[in-house]
Design a protein around this ligand. Structure first.
Ligand code: SER
Length: 588
């Protein structure tokens, strides 16, 4: 049997041997703000297709390969069947003006047949649309490789990839199907030819939005993606991905009498949660944090419903770290943070879960509004309500629930605007101001940068530096601090470099809440002029409070990991008054 670690290894050796630079997986939290989570291997390479970035400068080659951590929320309702997952690993080779269709198809054919020893059942090829011709070239290449190959033509919906996010590269694809252990044909490899750029989303593209046209890219791009779990299923001849060596140890950690579907959901969600936590996501009511919260709470709900030992989740997360830690060292590095975030979510949800379960049991019918109330008041997520509600929740749809959720978010935003005196601000902490979601994201990045800057100034100028004020708007951060003389340009440069280095290290940014006296003992920085409550949050950039690079009393908000802060730049340094200096800085 070819083990999955061997598959990863063979893939990277195969492509290295064919002139590809092997690039590590990027974080599940993408730097592209138009996408919530990393859904495909090509995402980190978007600027290389359009020519904005130079692969030879960055990787030393025009072609790269990776094994990318990916997460798709679109499949969340399907998890529990034979092959749908939220988190998965995607093997891919990519070329930016390097090779064309012939090499891309040949590599895939050789890898699947010679390296993996598999027989291709059939391939799909783009049938053409009003703006893109039928892909006769790919069909011809397949026939040359194996004259009796079954080539099936399909349309835009199935064999035209992208774009991801609000715009990007896209193009026709050709896919490879192989039989699994049950004799079913499974799509294992998607080979995309990025020939176009589309200035809108995939939905807009499929709808044929007026004014938005496909534009040919200056260079031919190749983007391939092969789910490791599916490949493991077909090479290990199992019926489902859950019987492969990627999942077997997780399933084995669960009591055998649990229904299959429940075992699979728990295994998938525990694995997804561990990886999201390792990349700095924390449960919340928004964005990636909300996705994570739903995964974790669903596991807690199953533990409750099936009276499983409370330690099951921890056992699974520990198994994930043991199984995947060698490939993804961030799991091990953040082990404590992962487990403690998990425990605190369990504690928080544990307080209301039982009440929530009883409330569902007592209801006659559950519509979207009732479901949203259950979330609001008792933290019961849509998936739990749907499942526990059974027939009573039959009329409840995800779309209706999401609409109810969005309505509520708008209402709370309107409330916040009113509270902030009609300035149209959604955030005004005194220190940070933002008028909309986009500004909020920017000031949040600037805020974390400001924490790093304070510590960097202490490193460069000495411990006597202490905060005297700060003010953050969407344009810049302004930081005042005590220091007796002008800061020299080379000192500013050193501080700037340190901040950028800490951004580059992609440190997790989290907080712990504790009594103020205890917090002072941690050595965390605080602003003496500020009045702090009895319990304070200490935000820290690093893997533990003790080893953190920066520690400060702070109410947030902050980014979840410093990598997303972006390039930090000091614009100006000046005197405010005797002994007080002011720095203005931006992030890109
Ligand atoms: N981007 C394509 C996919 O995710 C191929 O990598 O399927």
């Amino acid at each position: 049997m070819i083990r999955s670690t061997e598959i990863r290894g063979k893939f990277s050796v195969f492509f290295k041997g064919r002139g590809h630079a092997v690039v590590p997986s990027s974080s599940l939290v993408p730097s592209d703000p138009s996408v919530l989570l990393t859904t495909a291997g090509m995402q980190q390479f978007k600027p290389y297709y359009t020519g904005e970035a130079d692969p030879v400068r960055d990787f030393g080659a025009k072609s790269v390969a990776s094994c990318q951590k990916s997460f798709r929320t679109s499949d969340i309702d399907e998890v529990g069947d034979e092959r749908h997952l939220t988190f998965f690993e995607m093997l891919g080779n990519f070329s930016f003006g390097g090779y064309g269709k012939r090499e891309a198809i040949l590599y895939a054919y050789d890898f699947i047949t010679a390296e993996m020893g598999l027989r291709i059942s059939y391939v799909t090829v783009f049938e053409g649309s009003s703006s893109v011709p039928r892909d006769e070239e790919s069909a011809g290449i397949w026939k040359e490789l194996r004259s009796d190959i079954d080539v099936r033509y399909e349309g835009m919906d199935d064999v035209f990839w992208g774009p991801t996010g609000s715009s990007g590269p896209c193009g026709p694809t050709t896919e490879i199907y192989v039989k699994n252990g049950a004799g079913e044909d499974i799509e294992v490899w998607n080979i995309v030819f990025n020939q176009f750029f589309y200035p809108g989303s995939r939905e807009e593209l499929l709808a044929g939005t007026p004014g938005k046209e496909l534009k040919p890219l200056a260079q031919f791009g190749v983007d391939t993606g092969m789910g490791l779990e599916r490949l493991a299923m077909v090479t290990q001849k199992t019926r489902t991905v859950f019987e492969t060596d990627l999942f077997a140890p997780l399933i084995a950690a669960l009591p055998g009498e649990l229904p299959n579907r429940v075992q699979r959901v728990i295994a998938d969600h525990a694995r997804g949660s561990a990886f999201l936590l390792a990349d700095g996501v924390r449960p919340s009511n928004k964005g990636a944090g909300y996705v994570l919260r739903r995964l974790m709470r669903r596991v807690f709900a199953y533990i409750y419903l099936h009276a499983l030992p409370i330690g099951v989740f921890e056992k699974l997360v520990t198994a994930v770290i043991a199984d995947y830690g060698a490939e993804y060292p961030e799991l091990g590095t953040h082990r404590e943070a992962i487990l403690s975030a998990m425990r605190s979510e369990r504690e928080q949800f544990g307080k209301t879960m039982e009440r929530g379960m009883k409330a569902i049991a007592a209801m006659d019918a559950i519509d979207a509004k009732a479901a949203f109330d259950l979330y609001q008041s008792m933290g019961m997520t849509y998936e739990i309500v749907k499942e526990v509600g059974g027939l009573k929740a039959r009329g409840l749809s995800r779309a209706d629930f999401d609409r109810e959720f969005a309505k509520h978010q708008e209402a709370s935003r309107a409330g916040a605007e009113k509270k902030f005196g009609g300035h149209g601000l959604i955030l005004d902490t005194g220190e940070l101001k933002a008028g909309n979601e986009e500004e909020l994201a920017k000031v949040t990045r600037l805020h974390t940068a400001t924490h790093l800057l304070q510590q960097a100034l202490k490193d460069v100028l000495g411990a006597e530096v202490s905060q005297r004020g700060s003010d953050i708007t969407v344009e810049r951060t302004r930081f005042d601090f005590s220091f007796p003389r002008k800061v020299l340009p080379e000192e500013l440069k050193r501080a700037e470099d340190i901040v950028n280095a800490k951004v580059g290290e992609d440190l997790p940014m989290t907080f712990v809440e504790m009594p103020i006296e205890e917090a002072k003992k941690t050595g965390a920085l605080y602003y003496f002029k500020e009045k702090y409550p009895e319990r304070v949050k200490v935000y820290y950039a690093g893997t533990s409070l003790k080893s953190a690079y920066s520690r400060e009393f702070c109410g947030g908000p902050h980014v979840t990991h410093t990598g997303v802060v972006g390039k930090f730049k000091i614009m100006k340094e000046e005197a405010v008054s005797a002994g007080i200096r002011r720095i203005r800085a931006t992030v890109e």
